[in-house]
Design a protein. Structure first.
Length: 171
């Protein structure tokens, strides 16, 4: 898909009659069409870990109930455990567009990285990693920075081609 062209002076001042009634400009401002989008749901890929997550949340809630004698604190404790494993429980949606790479967990945009900040890309056991470091092997903060792209093996070539087109030989 081609990104939207910059509007000419005449287009920016005029609006389409149909769109003008809705109060929106004729040229989309700020919204880019996704180049490539895919979804990964770790719970569906490995449902056997759900029992461990449930036991951990229940055990934390029981411990909080015993320690604080407060049901509300016990429920908050269980909720915090479940939120901390939301990457496993909720589907992850990956989007590569003209602005950069984005990861959404459930309905929230969780991480985003513009292409300008991506210095290196390398393969991992789960897919690929977009890193802000030129030499990620020597960077101490590599594990804490960048975006991990979990890529299904069937889409690996397609995703790598999209990344390469946006990197423009900077890999």
């Amino acid at each position: 898909m081609q990104p939207l062209a910059a509007p000419s002076a005449q287009e920016s001042s005029a609006q389409s009659p149909r769109i003008a009634q809705a109060g929106k400009p004729a040229i989309a401002t700020g919204e880019q069409e996704p180049v490539l989008t895919w979804r990964v749901h770790l719970l569906l890929e490995n449902p056997s870990k759900l029992a461990g997550v449930g036991i951990a949340a229940l055990l934390a809630a029981v411990c909080a109930l015993i320690l604080f004698h407060n049901l509300l604190l016990a429920l908050i404790t269980a909720a915090l455990i479940l939120v901390s494993v939301s990457e496993y429980l909720l589907p992850l949606t990956y989007t590569l567009d003209s602005e950069g790479a984005k990861v959404s967990c459930g309905t929230l945009e969780w991480l985003a990285m513009p292409w300008e900040t991506v210095q290196s890309v390398y393969r991992t056991s789960y897919g690929a990693k977009l890193s802000p470091f030129k030499n990620p092997k020597t960077a101490r903060l590599e594990n804490c920075r960048g975006i991990r792209l979990r890529i299904p093996p069937s889409r690996l070539a397609e995703v790598e081609a999209a990344i390469a087109s946006h990197m423009g030989g900077r890999e």
